[in-house]
Design a protein around this ligand. Structure first.
Ligand SMILES: Cc1cc2nc3c(=O)[nH]c(=O)nc-3n(C[C@H](O)[C@H](O)[C@H](O)COP(=O)(O)O)c2cc1C
Length: 223
């Protein structure tokens, strides 16, 4: 689907960071109509599990959109130490610096999170605390961001998605006002990990189009 309302795109330096795996080349990219730049999405999974359905959902994102998105999955959640203000500034861990660069280099962020005990997973909250810094200059400031979630249960991690959305808004991100939670998630993928549920594919596409629209029509945000 082509976007017709785009007035301008953010042009970012193409930083290839060590914790990001470039997933999608060729067809799975979306370009800014004005600059021909692809819309760079940093995809973050709240689950560390190798067989994660939230990770699978992020991997499916590249399949449901046309050829002008550039979606990279951030793989550094485990490398981040617990957030500690003593580690800021000169003492900033490399992993936190890499995260900061990855967020700032992306046009938009897509987070897919499970729900743990009715809440956001600790590792993801820790990542968002790092991403909220330095004070007054959050890496998420003004960043178009969407939060989605998946769970085997019927509610699709809805409580965690709600909490995570509140947190990213608190740290300055611009959320897109579209929601997508995937319940019964294990049944929505085939044995090859492909998202086969048509409604889920369409919902995921809508989220990505919402992010692209927010990138092309930025709002000014004061922190
Ligand atoms: C510690 C723990 C707590 C959980 N709490 C919830 C919960 O509150 N709500 C829910 O829907 N699922 C809960 N689950 C089940 C997860 O939704 C399920 O393990 C899911 O597959 C995790 O996402 P992932 O596949 O991306 O790792 C919990 C799982 C764990 C390990």
């Amino acid at each position: 689907m082509m976007l017709t309302r785009g007035l301008r795109c953010r042009v970012e330096i193409d930083l290839r960071v060590s914790f990001c795996a470039s997933l999608f080349t060729g067809k799975n990219r979306k370009k800014c109509p004005m600059t021909n730049q692809k819309v760079k999405i940093l995809a973050i999974s709240g689950s560390l599990r190798s067989g994660s359905i939230n990770r699978a959902l992020l991997e499916a994102a590249g399949d449901v959109v046309s050829d002008e998105f550039d979606i990279e999955i951030y793989d550094g959640v485990e490398s981040l130490p617990f957030f500690n203000e003593d580690l800021e500034g000169e003492n900033l861990p490399d992993s936190a610096a890499v995260l900061d660069k990855a967020i700032r280099a992306a046009d938009a962020v897509l987070i897919s999170t499970p729900e743990y005990n009715g809440a956001i997973p600790g590792g993801l909250k820790n990542l968002l605390d790092w991403g909220s810094r330095p004070a007054g200059s959050s890496a998420f400031g003004g960043k178009p961001t969407a939060v989605i979630g998946a769970s085997p249960g019927q509610f699709g991690a809805a409580r965690s998605v709600g909490m995570t959305t509140s947190i990213v808004e608190a740290i300055g991100a611009v959320t897109i006002g579209r929601k997508f939670t995937l319940g019964g998630a294990f049944e929505r993928f085939d044995s090859n990990g492909e998202l086969t549920d048509e409604m889920a594919r369409k919902s995921l596409e809508d989220i990505l189009e919402g992010l692209a629209s927010a990138v092309h029509n930025p709002v000014s945000v004061s922190q």
